[in-house]
Write a protein that binds this ligand. Structure first.
Ligand SMILES: [Zn+2]
Length: 415
């Protein structure tokens, strides 16, 4: 039955219908999608996509972690591959477009080129990457980082999901037996192109149809722990307190103001706050808060961190309160390939698309590939900037404009 549906979809080649079809696999009652890595919905989606690629006359195969590839062999036979695609996994109750649009757009673009011009000179492969979001297991980019060689099975040996299922068992359950693992590292990828929804509101605000990403931001995350002294709220005079909440509020105001004045593109977020003992009539003895910092230039992040942590030290000394700073994430900023940015801009200009160059504040598979080969990341608008939600939406015209641009970019790269 499903294969029948695919046949009609393949013949029509309509992006809207294909988005709905893929979103029906793992559909939630809120109208969202949940396709966690190695779940039954995940497996069904990958197998359905494979069947669709087969019908489109792509040569299909899985690597040993479950990345799915559809290959159009090149006529030049130089063993170089132009790779395009995005990720199949979602967050819990995510949207229909995040990841899925990039796979469908890549498929349709490659298919249109195949129908119009026959096989490419350089091999083109469409990839449905197995995992990017980190929604089931505490790691991200499992798909692309296996291809780049940054990850292998040793990375997940001791990892479990929220229900206590081990990563390796989950893999085995959907038919990717770790005992049969052979390295998915690819050395033949000449260039990678990903198209994705923006997940922000810049394009919509500027009434643009296309974003050409120049950089993907770097991200640092910290846990800041303030250790004061818990005491009676009625009997402890203000001057004798070591109040962790009051100290935290000072630090947070400082880092927020400093972020505003360091660079317009810098963002710093305190999203989580734990207070101990968290009782109304007790001076708090301990506060722990998270800090997420992003910018596309490492030196700006360095400069910002140095200035706020100097102030943290000063406050710690003045108030005689311990402030511990624990860093647990450091993702470097990645620059997209300049030449590919220019090519995409020239095409967009020729086609009279409304486009702009921009920075991606969110992480994408393109940042993993960007460290290994010339890479390009293209955006289409997200309505209201909403993503990771059933409310995620991009209109058909914008989806189609993205595919048109991607088609031309792939033509330039592979034909
Ligand atoms: Zn995504």
């Amino acid at each position: 039955m499903a294969i029948q549906v695919n046949k009609q979809l393949v013949e029509d080649g309509k992006v809207g219908a294909m988005i709905e079809w893929l979103a029906s696999i793992g559909e939630t009652e809120n109208g969202g999608v949940t396709r966690l890595l190695y779940s039954s919905a995940w497996l069904e989606a990958q197998l359905e996509l494979k069947s669709m690629m087969d019908q489109m006359k792509f040569h299909t195969y899985f690597d040993s972690v479950g990345n799915l590839f559809g290959r159009l062999p090149g006529t030049e036979g130089n063993n170089k591959t132009i790779l395009t695609g995005s990720h199949i996994d979602t967050v819990v109750d995510g949207g229909k477009y995040d990841g899925a649009y990039g796979i469908i757009a890549s498929l349709l673009a490659a298919l249109r080129l195949l129908h119009k011009y026959g096989n490419p000179k350089k091999t083109v492969e469409v990839v449905s990457l197995c995992e990017e979001e980190g929604s089931r297991f505490p790691l991200t980019f499992w798909g692309s980082r296996n291809i780049s060689g940054a990850y292998n099975l040793t990375k997940v040996e001791n990892i479990k999901d929220g229900e206590g299922i081990s990563f390796l068992d989950a893999m085995t359950q959907v038919g990717f037996d770790p005992k049969l693992y052979s390295s998915p590292v690819r050395t033949d990828i000449e260039r990678f192109v990903e198209i994705h929804i923006e997940q922000g509101m810049i394009l919509e605000r500027n009434q643009n149809q296309i974003g050409i990403v120049t950089h993907i931001v770097g991200q640092r995350r910290y846990t800041i722990c303030i250790k004061g002294e818990s005491n009676h709220a009625g009997t402890t005079p203000m001057n004798f307190r070591k109040d962790a909440v009051s100290t935290a509020s000072h630090l947070i105001s400082f880092l927020t103001e400093k972020a505003k004045h360091t660079d317009p593109m810098l963002v710093a977020t305190v999203g989580r706050l734990n207070v101990k003992p968290n009782v109304p009539n007790v001076v708090a003895g301990e506060v722990e808060f998270s800090l997420d910092i992003r910018h596309h230039e490492e030196k700006i992040i360095d400069q910002y961190c140095q200035s706020i942590f100097t102030e943290f030290k000063r406050i710690s000394d003045v108030l005689n309160i311990a402030i511990d700073i624990l860093q647990w994430m450091d993702v470097k900023p990645v620059k997209m390939d300049e030449e590919m940015c220019e090519w995409a801009s020239e095409i967009a200009e020729k086609k009279q698309f409304r486009f702009q160059k921009m920075i991606s504040g969110a992480g994408h598979d393109a940042q993993v590939f960007g460290g290994a080969c010339p890479t390009s990341l293209l955006f289409v608008p997200s309505r209201g900037g909403i993503s990771h939600s059933p409310k995620e939406y991009t209109n058909l015209e914008d989806l189609e404009t993205g595919i048109e641009l991607l088609t031309e970019v792939l033509y330039k790269l592979a034909y």
